[in-house]
Design a protein around this ligand. Structure first.
Ligand code: NI
Length: 496
């Protein structure tokens, strides 16, 4: 598919397929299946893929599937796109024709939308492949059991990322209006671990605490000292937080019990801090409890690591969204302390998880994900297909303006107000930077103005310091245009 055809081809495809994809989503929404029970969902996806000549492979546990599209017979997939397919064990309380018929199960996290978008993207890519326009293989991963955090590990165990260089996924975001896409370099979701401390010691009368281990007092110390000391030992930039949710000890007011427990979660946006947390907590706990003569047992259950978006992959998503949705569509996604098992893939290979706006413009009641009334503006499905397909094309270098990693792409940058598109007078030559450029993407000529090319570049702010508006031209000395009105300050600028 020629570069200039991609947007038009997508429009033509969606004109025909959007109603069908919405029907597909509504069918999934009406028949939600929780983690590892997604048999009907898996069958429905497989049927649709097979009808398009794609041969999916069902994962060993019987739900979820993987399918490769395009490339030559001997090629291996180098780009993967992932959707999670499972529902939540909560009731659907919406009054819509596609309300869940499965009691106690609901697609309240939008995975029905993710699945429909990936299906649509796959059908589009298959069409491109049939036209001989997809010379590299793209892998679709329909992953089960995201909500119970096992599905990504099953995909990895099944070799789902073998040969894959880069992986992408999206997640519905009801805080963003439909038509917007949120990207972020670095951690976008958090590690979320479960912690439980159980204490035991000699109980007795509250009149004689000196003859007991005074377990309730020791438990109180644990509750206050563990989070406080941890906050002094861990780099605050890791956003590590220990918050208790449940505490239990004793039965009456005048007896010191011989056992007690407290439970909570540890959330964290930094991989190194996440790795260090269990040992650190154990040491703090032992130093606190040793003073009181109680025995302490720490249970620390890891769920998922932080999802850390790689710079170049994130640039690819932003470039793709910019290309199909326009320069105002891409916004900086906030960090979330929620967990997402896409993080396991990002521990293995570079990739990016982005936010897809799903909120109806002007709607006042913003219903968050994991709520029984959660629903989306279904226009987000076609938009998701546009961004996903273009991202895949960008990643395999077919969309034009493919992202070029021009320097260390694994560092975090202070993205400030987020990736931006800006304009400057055209000077041929190289980007004038005072330090390494992380990545650039999305070069194109704006309609009606052949003299300029616009795109996105990513660099550390300090390395663009020569330009007062944080932008830099391709030639030196830097030619900077004033920041366009309404544009926030940027970390990355333009290619003129
Ligand atoms: Ni989700």
């Amino acid at each position: 598919m020629a570069e200039h055809d991609l947007v038009g081809e997508l429009d033509a495809f969606l004109e025909h397929h959007e109603p069908d994809l919405i029907d597909f989503r509504r069918d999934l929404h009406a028949h939600p299946e929780v983690g590892y029970s997604e048999h009907r969902t898996t069958r429905k996806i497989a049927q649709r893929l097979e009808a398009a000549g794609i041969q999916p492979l069902v994962l060993p546990k019987g739900t979820g599937l993987i399918a490769d599209i395009g490339g030559g017979a001997d090629d291996e997939a180098t780009v993967a796109l992932r959707a999670d397919i499972d529902a939540l064990p909560i009731s659907d309380e919406k009054k819509v024709p596609y309300r869940s018929v499965n009691l106690g199960a609901c697609h309240a996290c939008g995975h029905d939308v993710h699945t429909s978008i990936l299906l649509g993207t796959g059908l589009f890519l298959a069409r491109a492949a049939a036209a001989g326009a997809l010379p590299a293989k793209v892998r679709l991963i329909f992953q089960p059991a995201e909500e119970i955090a096992g599905g990504a590990l099953d995909v990895l165990a099944a070799g789902g990322l073998s040969s894959v260089d880069r992986i992408f996924a999206l997640h519905c975001d009801p805080k963003l209006e439909v038509g917007k896409v949120g990207t972020r370099i670095g951690p976008i979701t958090a590690a979320c671990d479960a912690i439980k401390v159980q204490l035991s010691g000699r109980g007795g009368h509250t009149a004689r605490p000196h003859l007991t281990a005074d377990l309730v007092y020791a438990l109180g110390k644990i509750i206050t000292e563990l989070p406080a000391t941890l906050a002094r030992l861990i780099d605050p930039r890791s956003s590590l937080s220990l918050v208790w949710g449940r505490v239990n000890a004793g039965g009456v007011g005048n007896a010191i019990p011989d056992a007690g427990m407290v439970e909570g979660t540890v959330r964290c946006l930094d991989d190194a801090a996440w790795q260090a947390a269990p040992e650190m907590l154990k040491n703090i706990m032992e130093s606190v409890t040793s003073a009181y003569g109680v025995a302490a047992d720490l249970s620390y259950v890891r769920t998922v690591p932080p999802a850390v978006n790689e710079a170049t992959s994130t640039a690819m998503v932003a470039a793709a969204a910019d290309r199909v949705l326009g320069p105002d569509a891409v916004v900086q996604a906030p960090q979330s302390l929620g967990g997402e098992d896409f993080a396991w893939y990002l521990q293995s290979i570079p990739g990016s998880l982005f936010r897809l706006g799903t909120r109806r413009p002007g709607s006042v009641d913003e219903i968050d994900i994991h709520q029984p009334m959660f629903d989306v503006d279904e226009r987000c499905i076609a938009i998701g297909v546009q961004v996903m397909a273009t991202t895949a094309m960008t990643a395999i270098g077919l969309a034009g303006g493919a992202v070029h990693a021009a320097g260390p792409a694994d560092g975090l940058i202070d993205a400030g107000d987020g990736p931006m598109v800006a304009m400057a007078s055209g000077n041929p030559g190289g980007v004038r930077l005072t330090g390494p450029l992380l990545a650039w993407a999305g070069l194109r000529r704006p309609a009606g103005d052949a003299s300029r090319r616009v795109g996105i570049l990513w660099a550390r702010k300090e390395n663009l310091a020569s330009c007062p508006n944080q932008a830099s031209s391709r030639a030196g000395p830097a030619t900077c245009l004033p920041r366009p009105a309404g544009r926030p300050r940027m970390a990355g600028g333009f290619i003129a």
